[in-house]
Ligand binder design. Sequence first.
Ligand code: HAM
Length: 376
Amino acid sequence: MFRFDGGSGADICLRPEGTAGVVRAALGGGLLGELPSRLFYYGPMFRRERPQKGRYRQFTQFGVEAFGPSHPHADAEVVHLGVRVLEELGVLSKTTLHINSLCDAETRARHREALLTHLRARKHLLSTESRDRIDRGSPLAVMDSKHPGDRAALSGAPRLLELASEPAAARFRSMLTGLDALGVRYHVDHSLVRGLDYYTGAVWEFVTGELGAQAAVLAGGRYDGLVGALGSRADVPAVGWAAGVERLALLRAAVGAWTPAPSAPLVWVVEVRNRRECSSGAVAELCLKMAANLRYAGLRVRYEHFGDTKRQLRQASSASASVALLFGTSELRNSTVTVKNMRSGDQTEVRTGDLDEVIARVKAAAESRDDSGVRG
Ligand code: HAM
């Protein structure tokens, strides 16, 4: 924390990151009344760190936070948004995605005891800071340490995912299936625990070898307890990430220019289902892939993993989507997608393999919308 005496008894603390502030602003400003709510932010952050290349006391972050979606595929989609940002900046190939899960409270408690036992038996190897952590009963941060003695003590230490409860393990597997479906490459890193206390599930970092010790350029995770902890009566599932602008600029120094996509039609991917159940299985994977492919084609795409067909179409309509793409079991059987023009209500079936045709239908629907003077 960058905390100092501001004079006249003023105790000043500058914000070290954006997530907690976004949650407070969203709670105070009523932005969580209607879920899901997807927010982004940009601005200066401050940390009392020892400055060096890529590590500053004042730096700039931009970040995204999704409130409401709890499905592990939503985690995969949020990670994929990071992939696309890095790709557009031309630096993705210079990074590796490290990913781990902090599992659930039950697993974390079991892991904490096992890790404490392991590290207490090797206390003589530990740095003073890590010894303090052991004495305070909070050993998780030791896993993050770069100190050679700490690294030696951690050899053979118990891993969170090896002690994971079945629901936590299944959640993580499902997220990885989503990443696989999206073609995102990752490295499961059992030592990744992140320095912030609010994480409750998947955590990840895009790490680069080009910036010396300051390796992470974009990082985040799931934090289902923070909204409740900051005063909401109901818990709100949340997932997001932030990226360091200066580190991205340093990383980009060696790479070429990029052009941002112009404003594009909005497409709503709808998973056809009757009950209010979470998405899973082959139809969900088809939705994930279609959403990703259309984003690559430069379209704006939303897919909410939640709610019955009617609810999803209502959301599409209130967001002024040009088109809804409906996927259900019959579409899966026939390898088709139903393209619904949200203005006229017309529906046509297109083969899912024919992406060009899907895109052409979306563009035609968007143009007919523009002609009518209707605006989102
Ligand atoms: P973080 O990993 O602490 O996460 O910071 C995110 C990014 O900010 C880092 O990957 C790095 O690029 C940049 N950064 C951090 N510290 C510095 C520094 N001293 N100098 C330059 N760049 C820096 C968070 O802040 C979380 N709020 C991310 C998040 C959002 N989790 C969930 N939602």
